[in-house]
Design a protein around this ligand. Sequence first.
Ligand SMILES: [Zn+2]
Ligand SMILES: [Zn+2]
Ligand SMILES: [Zn+2]
Ligand SMILES: [Zn+2]
Ligand SMILES: [Zn+2]
Length: 800
Amino acid sequence: MHMKRTKFKTGILAVVFCSLTFLFSGDGNSIYADEILTDTELPVGRFSFEEKTEEADDEDYESVEEDDAAEQSLFRMTGISADDWEKYGSDYFYEQLSDEEKKYWDDLDAICAKYLTTETDAVTTNTGTYRMKAISGSTLEKEKQKKVLRMFRYSKPQYYFLNATIYTITYSNKKVSMIFGIYPAFGKGADRMEETEKVKAQVDTWQKQIDECSTEDEKVQTIHDLIIQKVEYNHDLVNSDFATENTEYSQSVYSVLCTNKTVCAGYAQTFEMMCNGTGIDTVAVTSFDHEWNKIKLENNWYNVDCTWDDNGSDNVGYTYFLRNDDYYDTSSSYSKNHHAEESYWEGYLPATEIDSVGSPWISVNENASGSKIGMSCYNEEAEIYYTTDKSNPVTSGTRMLYQSDFLWNSSEYPVIKAVAMEDGKHNSAVVTKCLHNYNASILADAACEKAGTREYTCTICGNSYMEEIPATGHTVVIDPEVAAACETAGITEGSHCRVCGKVLVEQTVIPATGHTPVTDDAVAAACETTGLTEGSHCSVCEKVLTEQTVIPAAGHVTVTDAAVEAACETTGLTEGNHCSVCGKVLTAQNVIPATGHQWNEYKESGKIKRKCSVCGKTETVGTYLDVKKIQLSKTTYAYDGKAHMPTIKVTNTAGKKLKKGTDYKVKKPSGRKNAGIYTVTIVMKGKYSGKYQKTFQIVPKGTVISGVKAKKKAFTVSWNKQTNQTSGYQIQYALDAKFKKSVVTKSINNTKKTKLDVSKLKSKKKYYIRIRSYKTVKVNGKSQKVYSDWSKTKAVTTKK
Ligand SMILES: [Zn+2]
Ligand SMILES: [Zn+2]
Ligand SMILES: [Zn+2]
Ligand SMILES: [Zn+2]
Ligand SMILES: [Zn+2]
């Protein structure tokens, strides 16, 4: 933080100042303590040149003489010409150089002017740094080049982009060209252009303030004060051994004009630049580690060390302002040591014969009667003049000679200015005591990371100083984490500044997690319902990874259900069908009613039965009355020449005799007189049905045995002749009367024969003999015999 009012930079410095107060003034007035030089530790910090070497092609250099004008015209130029810049440099050393040295100087000046006024890009070295383009090898030996180069560097503060690196370019022809390095920020021509304009703008602002001063003394003091009030010494940079030099620009006026921190080089070169710009010859010179100025006023040269006059408070010091070498060498050994010019300056430096009077101190002592002003100066011979009307006390007019303390009527004259004068010495700087009424104005707003600047200007004396407004810091806004999803990457939590948008914690990508696949089982298709193929989806985001496709319904597998024929008693079925897979009935089978039996009724054994012509089933359905027995009253008649007809008795199954004419009728056969077989037909009627046939016969009239005559082992039988309705005879004999044993039957088909011999019989055996007649009749075309009854038996015993 830059706040010069309260600065009092370090404890060490404060103590040192105090000790010197005693040394030079013998006056313990502590008010002067911060304006006293120190014997040790005053900041130095010139950055010794860093030397680098490069080799280059013979043609790799800037041919200043030939190409400069033409080439410059190709680049955009600032509105500030090289001539405008020239006044800020010093020719003091140049004028003392040889022609050969001047030539090298001129070449350096030409190329530097080109970088100052055009967009020419710097050369990027093989180590990534920037440098000027080389210039054609000088005929000067290297050490002489180096001397000229350094003198040039300290005489040309306007070339703000040069850093403290020297490149020694060696060509194959052994020529050497030494040139300067360029701060990285100023390597690109276009960027440098903008910075150049900033530099010039600050110079011009200051120049206006300087131009308001009426005397050279006043101008020089103003330049001295402006620089000291603007910047503070960059201790951090020096303590870090210039670690951040590339962005602090401490060896350049840029650090003073465009930043608020610098080291001795910045103070000295800016002082040089502003003084020369104001028309006051000024140079910058160096010791082994320090840089300060020599300035020419009224034909005398003086030393000015702005660095050492910046004591850190808003009271600018003047201890090292416009002093001769003798003072620098005798004020302290530290001063002598750090102001011992480097050897290459030898013979070129101006003598500083006349010294200045040390500036007076104005003290304010509070006592009962009010604020009392006291003034003193360590040059006891000097006289102190002062004014109370803000005018400069260097010229006569309103100034008064200080003789003794006086009351400060600060309401009447809030500003007191004092100068110390002594014959043979240059006037001291004019010191001012003011009540100071500072008004603040913001020159640059603070930003999140960048400090701003507030300027305090005293409305009474015009003194001003600047204060750094601390960077506000970022207004942190959390950029929430976005979780990664299956397919989309997420981001980690981060943060940014709501005000400037700067990303504070970068959000990094969280890779997409990828899906977590889950199998969606296949669903088999059924007959009527569709199925699905196996698929998959993500269990986290539900996204379908493998789509399930529809498997069409399989359709039924039709199987015929055969028709079943209906039967008499059982039902049937029509043909149908069903699915063998799911069992679903596709065509229903309809029941065919049982057909019922095809009954044929009949009668049997008194029962009414019926039989199915289809299935053969029989059953009894009832009973009925039928004919049981038909009897003829006589079935055999012996022929007698009369017609015969038996009576008929019909009995039903209930044992009741049926009535002829109601229940039946009889068809009589014809004839019925001759021997034969006759058929009677009984036709049932009424409640009865059916037709029956019964036969009876008329047999011939029998005959009788008329005689038997025994014979030896034979016999002879004779019978009565019988011819009516007779065809023959049949004789039977046997050994028993019942005709069971050894029965022999003999037929005689001649009715006229009436005797039969039977021989070859056994002897002495009794044979029983009988006879009957017969007639051969035709019944239904067939010959049949009808027999009469057997005759009475006759016995005969054969003979021996
Ligand atoms: Zn003031
Ligand atoms: Zn911010
Ligand atoms: Zn997923
Ligand atoms: Zn099915
Ligand atoms: Zn049946």
